[in-house]
Write a new protein. Structure first.
Length: 166
């Protein structure tokens, strides 16, 4: 894993430098600089729009009682896309713009969820019910009910928990 991270930290900047030199020699330095700045500005605007959309989907999922795992992974991918778009260069901009395509991002998020331990932690979607009765007694009523012993403990609620696993 450390080797992969090291390779990415060395490989991506080398790829960016190569692509910037090639594009700069083909279209000119000022046009290349303008294109890099333009893709960053455009990317931030698109990230903002899609970020709000993902947030609304997550809130809707939570309102329905579900865990917004898919939306959370999509949000992480949007964060990664934003970082890629803010790094100057065409290679990382390409990765960032690819992550802005909702069907592709949705597919990748589903793949990450299916391959992660996150799935097993939140698999239970059943409803738990707590049934029982209680009686709120004043200290005097507690004293009379317990005979000569005065109960100094907190209220005791008897009940049964039924788990509805559907």
């Amino acid at each position: 894993m450390l080797a992969i991270i090291l390779l990415l930290f060395i490989g991506i900047p080398l790829i960016e430098i190569y692509v910037l030199i090639e594009v700069g020699s083909a279209i000119g330095a000022f046009t290349t600089i303008f294109a890099v700045v333009f893709t960053a500005v455009l990317g931030v605007a698109l990230i903002r729009i899609q970020g709000f959309s993902t947030l609304q989907k997550a809130q809707a999922t939570m309102n329905q009682g579900g865990v917004p795992a898919l939306e959370m992974f999509e949000g992480v991918m949007l964060l990664f896309a934003a970082i890629c778009l803010l790094i100057p260069g065409f290679f990382t901009d390409t990765i960032g713009f690819l992550l802005l395509i909702p069907p592709l991002r949705h597919y990748l998020a589903q793949r990450l969820i299916s391959n992660s331990a996150f799935k097993s932690r939140f698999r239970h979607q059943g409803t738990d019910f707590l049934e029982g009765e209680y009686e709120d007694l004043t200290p005097e009523q507690q004293y009379l009910r317990s005979g000569s012993q005065r109960q100094q403990q907190s209220k005791i609620i008897e009940g049964q928990i039924d788990s509805d696993d559907k």
